[in-house]
Ligand binder design. Structure first.
Ligand SMILES: [Zn+2]
Length: 323
């Protein structure tokens, strides 16, 4: 059986795993990214960690896939711009490959890696047209179509979180006002709950998080309050799901997927979020688009970035071309 290394690089940690060709994780290690030490130092420690997990798993890897936040050039294998890593036109694939004996390294955007993993080894197995969204700290999407990812001009396709919608007034980190992710994200859910408390609404969250503690409310707390029948929490998740559905109604009309996979931390809200989302899709899009559309939670969960990156490396090597 063939083996690949999958790497998920975030601003805080890097997760490195050995994954077999069936998509099963064999060894996994998490190390601090330590962005401040610079990109070349990150690559050196990455090469060491790959060597170490490879040894522990007693296998020889065929290739490495790396998911990186921000804009990437997946053909050249560079990180074009990653704000939270401080990288600009950083030749990640070449630098790493040179340090691991010339083993091929493939770089892609982290959300695309995640969706590639779900499409080929997770909830999307057997589907040809998969739209994947991650609802985490922010919100993003990627499209998988007959074995290939969709990139768009400059590789910028997929930033559904930065579509602005009527009815959203928050200023986004990107500078625009009204971005979907200011509501449809873990951060957005927590913020709406804090505002309900500030407005003096009668909610269990006001009692659980008195005074300055209100800043500690998470999207998971909102789900718990929802389950206790709290009207404010129900209203927050209802509104979030509805706005998410509105964004997706436009996306499915454009792409016509046969499956939407919903992943990311906030997706753990499950049906609390998916029910109003589905209702809004059915209200805002023509029935041709949703009649046979399936909507599923992600299956690979916290391993998804690593598994997706490894399966992407497998895909690139097997196809002998850019996917
Ligand atoms: Zn934005």
């Amino acid at each position: 059986m063939k083996h690949y290394a999958g790497v998920d690089i975030g601003g805080t940690n890097m997760v490195i795993g050995i994954v077999n060709e069936a998509g099963e994780t064999q060894k996994m290690v998490k190390i601090a990214t330590e962005v401040k030490r610079g990109g070349e130092d990150v690559v050196r420690r990455l090469a060491e960690a790959i060597g170490q997990v490879q040894k522990e798993a007693q296998v020889t890897i065929q290739g490495v896939g790396i998911g990186v936040p921000g804009f990437v050039d997946h053909v050249k294998g560079t990180s074009v711009f990653a704000a939270n890593l401080g990288w600009k036109d950083f030749p990640l694939a070449d630098l790493l490959s040179a340090q691991i004996g010339g083993v091929p390294v493939f770089v892609n955007n982290d959300v695309r890696m995640y969706v590639y993993g779900e499409a080929t080894g997770g909830a999307g197995r057997g589907f040809r047209h998969v739209l994947g969204i991650t609802v985490g700290t922010g919100m993003a999407a990627a499209m998988y179509n007959d074995g290939r990812l969709y990139y768009g001009s400059g590789g910028r396709a997929g930033e559904l979180g930065h579509v602005t919608l009527e009815g959203i007034d928050y200023v986004c980190n990107c500078g625009l006002t009204g971005c979907l992710e200011t509501v449809a994200s873990a951060t957005g859910i927590a913020r709406q709950a804090r505002e309900a408390v500030a407005r003096g609404e009668s909610t269990v969250l006001a009692r659980q998080f008195p005074g300055e503690k209100v800043a500690d409310i998470t999207s998971a707390d909102v789900s718990k309050a929802y389950d206790a029948g709290d009207p404010a929490a129900i209203a927050v998740l209802q509104r979030t799901g509805t706005l998410l559905g509105r964004g997706l109604a436009a996306a499915i009309t454009l792409f016509s997927p046969d499956l939407i996979v919903v992943g990311g931390g906030a997706a753990q809200a499950g049906e609390r979020l998916l029910k109003p989302m589905r209702e809004e899709i059915e209200r805002a899009a023509l029935s041709f688009y949703w009649r046979d559309l399936q909507i599923k939670p992600a299956e690979l969960l916290e391993d998804a970035g690593v598994v997706g990156s490894a399966l992407y490396a497998r895909g690139r090597l097997e196809a002998g071309e850019v996917l």
